[in-house]
Write a protein that binds this ligand. Structure first.
Ligand code: SF4
Length: 380
């Protein structure tokens, strides 16, 4: 990979990173370089790239005017990091990774293999052309590559479809067989992680860059919905999914002690939907084994955490899979059933859909629309 355009398209590649470092060895040097009027176009391009992320429109790439255009991506990252809005960062990661996934679709297989191995140190091998693969078992012929399982597992757990579970894959002595499209997905997924979890040490910004940050901030205010806690009311409580309802009832009625996992799941959920710490403490105040100070400490601890991809308080509430593993999902245990459970992976997703249904006038009670508008995520 040598062209400047390739560096622009794949900013995580070795060649793009080397080119960026040659021009600006660190972010301090980048900010300095961007102060020069000849380089202001890089800030403008970066701003456009961030706007594309906010509106989730396609990131486009023109032919390079000069080699410095490789600095557009790090500049866009600096703008987003300076704003410090986790949702904006998540949108940037999503837009950048989608662009990479789309662009990889047009590349030669050799190039994609080389990109995966050189950029991330992954072990990926081609299984040969159609002629060579014709000697393989029929069921395996559609797989063009194999990747070491540890590299596969760096990204695959981020994808929820069953085909990404290792248990559903052909694995041969530590190698997972994958199709070319899946390799594209793994690469773009890894790039997404780099943006979501990468920490940048932002230096003091120049005037021009600060102006760009302010403009983007204004745009963010209008376009990105900030977290607004939903007030708990009698009606909204009835939007609880079966798992939360059971834990909530048990706790409120004082009819049993919740396990540590259940307490955690319930507290994280209630805090996330907008209950105050005091209200959550009261929910736990009825349990037979209550230890007020311990409860307050635990609730305070859960509340003080912030998830990486959310502006809202508290841990991300426990997902369905984990609740099922811990015997806390009554639907999975066959004790009750709600059709919405088949379409969600987290009780929070259940809650927002059901609360919306209940908020309509009259409330929506016919749930047949799930099968038409939602993807099935689990079956019982
Ligand atoms: S499927 Fe998920 S939301 Fe529904 S009851 Fe089970 S854990 Fe709760």
């Amino acid at each position: 990979m040598s062209s400047n355009l390739q560096q622009l398209k794949y900013p995580f590649s070795v060649s793009a990173r080397q080119a960026s470092t040659r021009l600006a060895r660190d972010l301090g040097a980048l900010v300095k370089l961007l102060e020069h009027p000849d380089n202001h176009y890089i800030i403008e391009e970066a701003e456009r790239r961030v706007y594309a992320a906010i509106t989730q429109s396609e990131i486009s790439f023109s032919d390079m005017r000069d080699e410095k255009e490789v600095l557009v991506y790090p500049t866009a990252r600096v703008i987003v990091e300076e704003i410090g809005n986790a949702k904006l960062r998540a949108l940037q990661a999503e837009a950048e990774s989608k662009a990479v996934n789309r662009l990889l679709g047009d590349e030669e297989s050799d190039f994609v293999e080389d990109l995966a191995t050189s950029s991330f140190g992954w072990k990926v091998e081609s299984l040969g052309d159609l002629h060579k693969r014709a000697k393989m078992e029929l069921a395996l012929r559609s797989f063009e590559f194999r990747i070491r399982f540890e590299n596969f597992l760096e990204v695959a757990p981020d994808f929820h479809a069953d085909e990404w579970k290792l248990i559903n894959r052909y694995v041969d002595r530590g190698w997972v067989l994958i199709r070319r499209k899946e390799l594209n997905r793994l690469i773009s997924g890894r790039f997404r992680q780099i943006i979501v979890f990468g920490q940048l040490d932002i230096p003091k910004l120049s005037r021009r860059l600060t102006e760009a940050v302010h403009r983007v901030e204004e745009e963010v205010k209008g376009k990105i919905r900030q977290y607004e806690p939903v007030k708990i009311t009698g009606q909204i409580t009835s939007a609880f999914p079966p798992c939360i309802q059971e834990m909530y009832d048990k706790s409120i009625s004082g009819t049993g002690n919740l396990s540590h996992d259940a307490r955690f799941a319930l507290a994280a959920f209630l805090l996330r939907i907008g209950m105050s710490e005091d209200e959550v403490n009261k929910v736990f105040g009825h349990s037979p084994d209550r230890d007020t100070r311990l409860i307050e400490y635990q609730v305070g601890h859960i509340s003080s955490k912030r998830s990486i991809s959310s502006e809202s308080p508290g841990y991300t509430p426990t997902g369905c899979k984990k609740l099922q593993t811990n015997n806390l999902c009554p639907v999975y245990l066959g004790l009750t059933f709600d059709p919405l459970c088949e379409y969600v992976l987290n009780p929070l997703a259940f809650y927002s859909t059901r609360a919306w249904e209940l908020s309509r006038t009259p409330p929506i009670t016919n749930h047949s629309w799930y099968s038409k508008s939602k993807d099935k995520k689990q079956s019982f």
